[in-house]
Design a binder for this molecule. Structure first.
Ligand code: MN
Length: 485
């Protein structure tokens, strides 16, 4: 999937690195016992620590450390058994401490890998640079008063994992795939809910361009806090085009932080990019270096679930699915679970078709997750059994499925109530065939003269005459017998 921007002076490629802030699933904040829950009334969840009161001492939340290690293991990354919290100094009205407690040159997680699942079934490995723990800032609320800005400190101190990729991504599409895959892994691990709309996963994109064939990295711009996968892709595309235009008109790109405006589909300058030294990072004197041993890591490792890549590989080998189909099924853990319950002991490809086209179609139309599916995995499985034992043709099964969706009833009940049994009695089908042959002498003649594709038309007529309940294969067999005398 090569993505090239055709400029006036030549071809350009895009270089993208993503920084994702993922809110850690934890009951309490990173350094205080206040609740980290979303959606409380303003300033309801604020301890003296979160309010930056002088003399208050932070205490690390062990649960958040476990979650960071768990995420590092899920990203096949190096776990650093010694890491250091550092103060990142800057002023902002919603950050009362005057600094953010983050990690700088000694993060808790080092280099790792994330595998992109490309649409053509291929994969591509993207490097992870690091993952560190840090606290979130509060929130400035500008729309409650015409003259004042309100400060809500509920988010102050909420635990975040900042996950930084290497500049390995080469197109807006790859950036989108990266975010979806990362979100999928975080959800499997139970370390972040990945909800971009509520802000529990936020993305900054670093974008630069260079002539195709060149390997040096040019000046990048950082687009801040984009809140949906689609907008990240649009912002990158727009920003890359802007760089090409600037270079081709003889200008130069300044390193800066930019905002993406989704209404206008444009980025604009927010501030010139600060360098690390502007923040005067230094180790936080209130917190000891974070240290843990092999046993701590091993214990967390023993509780990891089967992750998307492994599950995908197993779905390919155990069920004979294509890489693409397996990738679609494993993206959400609940979908994978549902599929396995349907596929278990049945034709897996048929199960895949019913889950990904028929069922997903219904779920998308109703905008509900699979956990709220109107048809349970057990009921869908039973419907497939009725196809397998020839009680239902595919056509009848689709009708039964629609009724199951509407009524919530199981397959057997629907079949009995609607008398939906497929007709496999040759006598009844023969009678219908005789009538159709008698009434369509011209078509019979054409068929016998060699226009054999008319078999489809005849089958259709028999199906019609039997209200769709004749077994199609049997139908064709009997038709051929009578037409080919
Ligand atoms: Mn950060």
């Amino acid at each position: 999937m090569s993505y090239i921007i055709k400029g006036e002076t030549g071809d350009w490629e895009v270089v993208i690195g993503l920084e994702v802030h993922a809110q850690v699933i934890s009951k309490s904040k990173l350094f205080s016992g206040a609740s980290a829950e979303f959606g409380a009334s303003p300033n309801e969840h604020v301890s003296f620590i979160d309010a930056g009161m002088p003399g208050m001492l932070p205490v690390i939340n062990e649960r958040c450390v476990e979650q960071a290690v768990r995420t590092g293991l899920g990203l096949k990354a190096k776990i650093n058994q010694r890491s250091v919290f550092a103060r990142k100094n800057y002023f902002y009205a919603d950050m009362p401490q005057g600094y953010q407690i983050s990690q700088y040159d000694q993060p808790i997680v080092g280099e790792g890998t994330l595998i992109l699942d490309m649409p053509d079934g291929a994969t591509r490995a993207i490097g992870i640079e690091r993952l560190h723990l840090e606290q979130d800032a509060g929130k400035s609320v500008h729309d409650l008063s015409p003259t004042k800005t309100m400060i809500d400190l509920n988010r102050s101190g909420v635990p975040l994992m900042e996950i930084v990729s290497k500049p390995d991504l080469r197109s807006p599409e790859e950036a989108g795939l990266y975010l979806k895959k990362l979100r999928s892994i975080l959800r499997y691990l139970g370390t972040c809910d990945g909800n971009m709309e509520e802000g529990s996963m936020r993305c900054d994109a670093n974008v630069s361009v260079r002539p195709v064939g060149s390997t040096d990295l040019r000046t990048r711009c950082e687009i801040k806090n984009v809140n949906s996968v689609r907008f990240v892709m649009m912002a990158i595309e727009h920003e890359a085009m802007r760089h090409v235009d600037v270079y081709e008109s003889g200008g130069k790109i300044d390193q800066e932080t930019r905002l993406y405006d989704s209404n206008k589909n444009e980025t604009r300058t927010m501030r010139s990019k600060e360098m690390a030294h502007d923040y005067r990072y230094f180790p936080d004197p209130d917190l000891l270096p974070l240290e843990f041993d092999d046993a701590f890591v091993a214990k967390i490792k023993s509780t990891l679930p089967e992750l998307p890549d492994d599950k995908k590989a197993r779905f390919i080998s155990a069920y004979g699915l294509s890489a693409y189909d397996a990738g679609v099924l494993v993206a959400e853990q609940d979908n994978a679970l549902y599929f396995e319950e349907v596929a278990n002991g049945r034709d897996a490809k048929l199960a895949n078709n019913w889950v990904t086209s028929n069922l997903f179609g219904v779920l998308n139309a109703r905008n509900v997750p699979i956990t709220e599916s109107p048809v349970s995995a057990k009921n869908l499985g039973r419907l497939l059994d009725l196809i397998a034992d020839n009680t239902l043709s595919t056509r009848l099964a689709k009708e039964a499925f629609e009724i199951m969706v509407e009524t919530g009833k199981d397959a057997d009940t629907v079949v009995t109530e609607r008398g939906m049994k497929q007709i496999t009695d040759t006598g009844a089908i023969d009678a219908a065939i005789d009538q159709i042959i008698a009434a369509n002498a011209d078509k019979v003649e054409q068929y016998r003269a060699g226009k054999v594709q008319l078999i489809g038309w005849f089958t259709g007529q028999v199906m019609k005459a039997t209200q769709g309940q004749a077994a199609p294969a049997l139908c064709q067999e009997l038709l051929k017998k009578k037409l080919e005398v």
